[in-house]
Design a protein around this ligand. Structure first.
Ligand code: OAD
Length: 285
């Protein structure tokens, strides 16, 4: 089993990455909620999961759906606006910053695919051109009736929501599509919806997985569809797969089968350490 946590094991795994990348290899990084955990944003499936509201516990699959929103937008909106407020209070951590530096180092040999809707990769400086937000973006909304493909920023005038706040009359004006007047919706992918290219970069993400020489998976449990397909495709195409996580995930076996493995530890430590290895002159590695 290729599960590592010691410093020599870490060096060996990182050296495998640099060897595989060489001078022209492509690094694709897939991130999940774990990369933002050290910024204080709870993960989805951890003990402090994001989905408890007031005295009621909602499973993500219950609340984060089009059908729940269509039936009761005023149940779903406060939750997203509360999450937005919480994410706006958070700052990128050393892991986010290391990924920005990797982007600068590798240029178009680097691509970041994130499941996170918290905006911290962008805030750290990851460029939109090389960052796919495959589950959307809490900072944006779009027409709930799909009258247009455009998305727009959450309006400045909308107040910050606390846990348990309800929609009030004064909020309503901000939560409508400016084009057709229908109720606006958060620009996120819900459980009863499908990935697409326009909003969620489905085909581009699959193409990236196919072209990856190294797929680095950071802080995700591996429970969603597009990441699962990406990992399978990368594996099929012979990519080296390395995982950074606190524990094993649904992707660990793929990483091990690829000749890579899991490095156990917080992303805020592992990513800067990997950056150091990638930045070191070849003779020093
Ligand atoms: P999960 O909450 O399912 O998994 C978080 C992962 O991060 C777990 O494997 C943790 O072990 C790991 N982790 C926690 N802290 C970490 C740290 N400091 N360093 C490294 N790893 C750490 O979150 P995701 O896998 O991101 O989708 O969830 C995927 C999707 O499921 C979300 O984007 C969301 C959710 O439903 C949608 O909203 C569409």
């Amino acid at each position: 089993m290729n599960t590592q946590s010691t410093a020599p094991a870490r060096s060996k795994l990182f050296r495998q990455i640099t060897d595989r990348l060489g001078q022209s290899g492509k690094l694709v990084v897939l991130t999940g909620a774990g990369v933002s955990a050290e910024s204080g944003i709870p993960t989805f499936r951890g003990d402090d999961g994001f989905w408890t509201m007031g005295s009621r516990n909602y499973r993500p699959e219950e609340l984060a759906t089009w059908s729940t929103f269509a039936a009761d937008p005023e149940l779903v909106w406060p939750w997203y606006l509360y999450r937005l407020g919480r994410c706006r209070e958070a700052l990128p951590n050393a892991g986010h910053h290391a990924l920005v530096e990797m982007d600068k180092l590798l240029g178009d040999r680097f691509l970041l695919v994130t499941q996170n809707v918290d905006g911290l990769h962008r805030l750290a400086g990851s460029p939109d051109a090389r960052t796919f937000h495959i589950h959307g973006d809490l900072e944006r909304m779009r027409c709930g009736r799909d009258c247009t493909q455009r998305t727009w920023p959450v309006p400045d005038g909308l107040r910050t929501f606390q846990r348990g706040d309800s929609i009030e009359a004064r909020d309503g004006e901000y939560l409508h599509c400016p084009d057709c007047g229908a109720v606006a919706r958060p620009h996120v992918l819900w459980f009863d919806e499908s990935y697409d290219e326009t909003w969620f970069r489905f085909y581009s993400s699959m193409a990236a997985a196919k072209s990856a020489d190294v797929l680095l998976i950071v802080g995700t449990s591996g429970a969603t569809n597009l990441p699962t397909q990406m990992v399978a495709l990368a594996r099929q195409n012979g990519a080296l797969i390395v995982e950074l996580n606190l524990e094993r995930s649904a992707f660990t076996a793929h990483a091990e089968d690829s000749g890579g493995g899991l490095l156990i530890g917080p992303a805020g430590d592992s990513l800067p350490a990997l950056l150091d290895t990638l930045s070191a002159p070849p003779e020093a590695t």
